[in-house]
Design a protein around this ligand. Structure first.
Ligand code: MN
Length: 457
């Protein structure tokens, strides 16, 4: 008996049927290298964020999906949330995990490559930027298990193709996978791993989350999907994989083996060689029949920035709300990679902007510029934020600089992991007398109607 669980292909089929404007299908044959990156970045520039579906890649049989996470509307839709409340709903799910369920077998093992059949070059793994060291798997979720407690972990790591059965891996964020490997190495063991490529977007979103070390991201996927995620055992390593995943690469991260990995185009928009220089040796590749390969557009693409940030946003948002009754919301503009944040407050006393800004940089050490605005300014609208800056801020008393603070090491202007924070209070002070120009509601409605009519011509 087969039960229909949410998976990538049913998700895409639903989008194609119900929201076709969210999907851009490329049906002509195109070359694998650089195409998805170039197309996604060109669309970003036009403020367009469709999912990209490549039906025919020169030299490959496999279809490729990219830019799944560029649009917040798609993200919210994937967990059944509305875009406006997505961050709050995601935050609630972090506290209500649903344990995954082990099943006998799954379509992810319909096709099995083992022994001499293992060959990474048969998968459509693209090159993304000119300076990259080679083709990279960017959407690979590393499923591992804590060598001591056996709790599972799911996390992204960039993977450079180095041979038929060899990948370079960077665990540079030094989180759970890195910690597992360190402990396995102390026991003189390799770390078993299954690289999951292509699953329901909720699973991919869960993999971007940072949970406690005693929590399994598969259980967050269950919470996001409102049902336990079905898992089956990988064939050559003692690791569970989503039964409905598209492709799984099984193998080991080698203990105490280091080889150059990178350079690679990271989210700052710059090339980086920062890496833990690990090596992943492949033992098997399994997949569904007619699989879909997934690529996350790297560099400072909307997709990479959005996926890299949503979980942290949910976590920070919740804490700001708890601590500050006057906090309304915030926005991390993609123009600032992960380093800028605009906060909106409903100000009732002087000093609140400063308090909000300091709390935010305390919660999120990546942020180096905060602009605090009043409740009449939409932080998602950068033009409005800059207008508030132009008309409500005086540089001699609205700027605060905090120096020698922890920052993100990928910021190319930082040194030794230290940087400065600039906090800008662009809210109205108590002696502010100017009044915003207003229009009658009726005139605004008429203008909107006139514009709609114009668009339909
Ligand atoms: Mn974890």
């Amino acid at each position: 008996m087969s039960i229909a669980y949410p998976d990538l292909r049913t998700f895409l089929a639903e989008i194609r049927r119900d929201l076709p404007e969210w999907l851009l299908t490329v049906s002509e044959e195109v070359s694998l290298d650089y195409t998805a990156t170039a197309l996604a970045l060109a669309l970003d520039q036009q403020d367009q964020y469709p999912i990209l579906f490549f039906e025919r890649l020169k030299g490959y049989q496999t279809r490729l999906v990219a830019n799944l996470f560029a649009s917040r509307a798609v993200l919210a839709h994937s967990i059944g949330a509305r875009q406006e409340t997505f961050i709050e709903q995601f935050g609630q799910k972090l506290d209500s995990l649903v344990p995954a369920q082990v099943v006998e077998s799954g379509p992810v093992q319909e096709v099995v490559w083992e022994g001499a059949a293992v060959d990474l070059s048969r998968l459509p793994i693209p090159r993304h930027f000119l300076q990259d060291a080679g083709p990279y798997i960017t959407a690979g979720m590393l499923a591992t298990r804590d060598p001591d407690s056996d709790v599972g972990n799911l996390a992204y790591a960039r993977l450079q193709v180095k041979g038929q059965r060899r990948l370079g891996a960077s665990l540079h964020s030094r989180q759970h996978t890195w910690d597992y490997l360190r402990r396995a190495e102390r026991q003189g063991k390799n770390l078993p791993v299954a690289v999951v490529i292509g699953a329901h977007p909720a699973v991919m979103l869960a993999a971007a989350a940072k949970l406690g070390i005693d929590q399994d991201e598969y259980d967050l996927a269950g919470a996001l999907l409102d049902q336990p995620l079905p898992l089956c055992r990988a064939r050559t390593v003692d690791i569970f994989v989503p039964a409905q995943a598209e492709i799984v690469i099984e193998g080991h991260i080698l203990a105490a083996v280091h080889e150059t990995e990178g350079p690679f185009g990271e989210y700052t928009g710059y090339v980086t060689g920062r890496s833990t220089h690990n090596v992943l040796e492949v033992t098997a590749i399994t997949m569904r029949r007619n699989p879909i390969f997934v690529d996350i557009i790297p560099g400072h693409s909307a997709e990479h920035l959005t996926l890299g940030r949503v979980c942290k946003e949910a976590w920070v948002h919740k804490r700001m709300k708890e601590a500050l009754p006057f906090f309304v919301d915030f926005h991390y503009p993609n123009t600032g990679t992960h380093f800028h944040c605009y906060i909106r407050i409903d100000k009732s006393a002087e000093g609140q902007a400063q308090q909000a800004a300091q709390l935010l940089v305390g919660l999120d050490h990546y942020v180096k510029l905060v602009i605090v605005v009043d409740k009449d300014i939409d932080p998602r609208d950068e033009d409005e934020v800059l207008w508030a800056l132009a008309t409500r801020m005086q540089a001699d008393h609205d700027l605060t600089i905090l120096s020698h603070t922890l920052c993100n090491r990928l910021d190319p202007s930082s040194h030794d992991g230290l940087g400065a924070k600039l906090l800008i209070d662009a809210t109205k002070h108590s002696n502010f007398e100017a009044e915003r120009v207003l229009l009658p509601d009726e005139a605004r409605r008429l203008a909107e109607a006139l514009l709609v009519r114009r668009q339909s011509l």
